[in-house]
Design a protein around this ligand. Sequence first.
Ligand SMILES: [Cu+2]
Length: 142
Amino acid sequence: MNGRKLLVLGVIPLVIGVSACGSDDDDGGATEIDAAMQEFEFTPTDWTVAADEEITINLENEGSVEHEWVILQPGVEIESEADLPETEEELLADFVYWEDEVEPGDSKTLTFTAPAAGTYQVICAIPDHFDAGMEGTLTAEG
Ligand SMILES: [Cu+2]
């Protein structure tokens, strides 16, 4: 019963915070980020988000082939595509924290729950794209 009232009160400072500071919240991590993709890079290459918060991401594929924006799981980092497993099932189970893909010339606005505070590798998992340079870093602060 009291939970609902507390929830409403909690929303008000959040709204004020967003309007006062753009997409940054008081923790220093954004709750909305942009990621553009092309052959073969992300722009920007580093994002800082609020840990454990719901994050809105605007993905835009400015290239001429499909690209993916993939957050790897905590403690998982690859040096080359040779480190990735052979099957999509293993990739999703053991490597991927969150991912989506965008067709060339298309854009998507999506949401995901940011991981706990830490640093995470971002890759494009389409064959040959990571090795060609599609790598970034997501930092969760909270
Ligand atoms: Cu790609």
